[in-house]
Design a binder for this molecule. Sequence first.
Ligand SMILES: C=CC1=C(C)c2cc3[nH]c(cc4nc(cc5[nH]c(cc1n2)c(C)c5CCC(=O)O)C(CCC(=O)O)=C4C)c(C)c3C=C
Ligand SMILES: [Fe+2]
Length: 489
Amino acid sequence: MNATAAGHGVLAASRTRISSHRSLASSRNQTRSFVATVGCCGSGEGSGHHDELGHVKMEPLNLARRNNGIVKGIGLCGSLQKRMPVCSASSAGAAVWTVGDDAFDCAAGVAEEKVGVLLLNLGGPETLHDVQPFLFNLFADPDIIRLPRLFRFLQRPLAQLISVLRAPKSKEGYASIGGGSPLRKITDEQANALKMAMKARRVLANVYVGMRYWYPFTEEAVEQIKKDRITRLVVLPLYPQYSISTSGSSIRLLQNIFRKDSYLSRLPVSIIRSWYQREGYIKSMASLIEEELRKFSVPEQVMIFFSAHGVPVSYVEDAGDPYKDQMEECISLIMQELKVRGINNEHTLAYQSRVGPVQWLKPYTDEVLVELGQRGVKSLLAVPISFVSEHIETLEEIDMEYKHLALESGIENWGRVPALGCTSSFISDLADAVIEALPSATAISSEKSKSTEADYDPFRYVVKLLFGSVLAFFLLLFPRLVSTLKNYL
Ligand SMILES: C=CC1=C(C)c2cc3[nH]c(cc4nc(cc5[nH]c(cc1n2)c(C)c5CCC(=O)O)C(CCC(=O)O)=C4C)c(C)c3C=C
Ligand SMILES: [Fe+2]
């Protein structure tokens, strides 16, 4: 069985059409449907808690206890457990999940689980030719450009305009890192490594990759999950911190797909919404930092500079995105871990990669670098914090743009921590997170999506159409407006 969705080759139609029709219900409402308990498995209670947005965060559950590398089937499914107290080759006599081909295989033959893990990521253009359609998919996402409901009909025309205007700048960036994004290759490698790490824990699983804006699309991965008749799924966004614009967007897309499908809506699913606080992740980050610090001639004098991908301020202040809080907590945990290791360097956090004319989370990376240079900081270690793989924003923005700016601003010694990629302690921790999440999988409610055909109102449709035409007319009439917009992107 192919470990990832790569090469599945379904949904070959033009991708620009796929990603942009998702309704934007509030995160609160959507999260509720994920905690509905349906089907045989009622053992998920108490397994997650709601954060300030009502999201269920998966805490380490301790339901699947590991012993000598064997995952015991305690609590995987309450009712099944009663029917099969012993399904094991273990001499210990406890219920043990043994591993068959591509499945949890109960030796007693009473139950057979086919476990799937779906890794969610952003995706990136593989060639320069892909850049504009990739950008279209990104900007057509209502979680990336959050228009008021009344203006939602402008989403696609606006995405078209912005993607065309932004494409030349983005292409330059992708050209400078070899002509495309390495994200697919790295995510596939992570998927394979995760599959192996789970196998080492005697849990066989198929690991799928679902990208939000480019191949292999989430829709393709889901098709493969259906074909493989997966019976239990763990969804793991490859973003440590939750943001409406990243994990939130991918999860909402998934919910919409699952709700519409009778098989998928009954499939027990467990979603790990954020995992920035996991000990394995924190320690892996601390180790990478420690290793890079050692390369400086006077490590104690190095400023540890965390650079996170930004989000517009309105996400945090108006929409309640927990991203900023999670980021700050994450950094504090990493610094605590470094302290335990005797590392007491100064540190700072700034936000990079802003796009468009709105206010983004501050302080901005470029501005802080200049300030630090002016303050006399001579050695700086950049730590990309919101990503777990190398991509355009580490390879181009940090390694080229920011490094250049820092050196120009008076910083003399520059270092950069690599993204985690397939670091074994990190992948091991992800495997643990997945195994811990398995028992609490519950079916996604088959409740209908918030916006339905019934919402269709011909009057509103005509008003929107008229408004759209007037706007398009103005854009055409005032090319200067367009070029101003371009300068902002
Ligand atoms: C935590 C990670 C990310 C957040 C939060 C995020 C928000 C966000 N991004 C844009 C716009 C763009 N992002 C682009 C690329 C990109 N973004 C992330 C991660 C986060 N984005 C990654 C991993 C990548 C790189 C993918 C790759 O090709 O390797 C791009 C395209 C590149 C460019 O032109 O700069 C855009 C545009 C917005 C508007 C946003 C929040 C609203
Ligand atoms: Fe981004």
